[in-house]
Design a protein around this ligand. Structure first.
Ligand SMILES: [Zn+2]
Length: 244
């Protein structure tokens, strides 16, 4: 696994940007106090500004419901009213992304087969292995070979700060088949370890996993939105990917 820090990204406005050959992976920050909350006018303006800033035809996102639903984007449907928490596509010049403020944004890129994905993985999505389902959908629809797939795990609330109930802890230990001391520190849960296991089980190579090693709750080098830290404010990060 490759750990990434702010220094590994190009900075463009209040975004952190990774330029690959045929794709770009982008994480918004709260450096300019912008929020990508789709339920606010400010958020819609911020989302729309991505078209110009990154030269894409459309910005595609979902009505996120903490599900394990993964949808495939094609031109025919009005996508933004659809409920779900994962999007995949093989369309070029389309940004697909997810909103988070502590939950895990997972970006999937396969440049060889020309397929990308964006997943919103909170505790429910992580518990229900939504990333694994997105990776499977890519195989089912596009025959993607995951030997060439790269995974980018964005900033989220990490084991350092993510305390859960005893009940939820038991639930994860029972279901996840990961050593307790890797998964938990006391009642602090690592969503990342669950996602990494799902990703490895799906055939992704460890060297192709990139972890943006920042916690939305306690990171001090880059400003990020945290739901817990702000007592549930409307600040949202938007993590997205596009095929050039
Ligand atoms: Zn933390």
């Amino acid at each position: 696994m490759n750990r990434m820090h702010k220094e590994n990204f190009k900075i463009k406005k209040d975004f952190l940007l990774l330029e690959n050959n045929k794709s770009s992976v982008i994480f918004s920050t709260a450096e300019d106090e912008r929020s990508f909350n789709r339920n606010t006018d400010e958020g819609i303006d911020a989302i729309n500004s991505i078209k110009e800033d990154f030269n894409v035809d459309k910005v595609i996102y979902l009505n996120q419901i903490h599900s394990d639903i993964v949808l495939n984007y094609n031109d025919e449907i009005d996508f933004i009213e659809n409920e779900g928490d994962g999007i995949i596509t093989n369309k070029r010049n389309i940004a697909i992304g997810v909103f988070t403020a502590d939950c895990v944004p997972v970006i999937i890129v396969n440049e060889v087969d020309g397929v990308i994905g964006a997943v919103h993985s909170g505790w429910k999505g992580t518990f229900n292995s939504i990333t694994k389902k997105a990776l499977q959908r890519m195989v089912d629809l596009y025959s993607v070979n995951h030997k060439n797939t790269k995974i980018y795990i964005g900033a989220h609330i990490r084991k350092c700060c993510y305390e859960v109930s005893e009940e939820l802890k038991e639930k994860f230990i029972k279901e996840k088949n990961i050593k307790e001391d890797i998964l938990f520190d006391g009642r602090n849960l690592s969503l990342k370890e669950c996602i990494i296991k799902d990703v490895i089980d799906s055939g992704i190579l460890e060297e192709n996993i990139y972890d943006f090693d920042s916690c939305t709750y306690c990171e001090d080098k880059v400003k990020l939105h945290s739901y817990r830290k702000s007592n549930g404010s409307y600040g949202r990060l938007f993590s997205f990917v596009l095929l050039k």
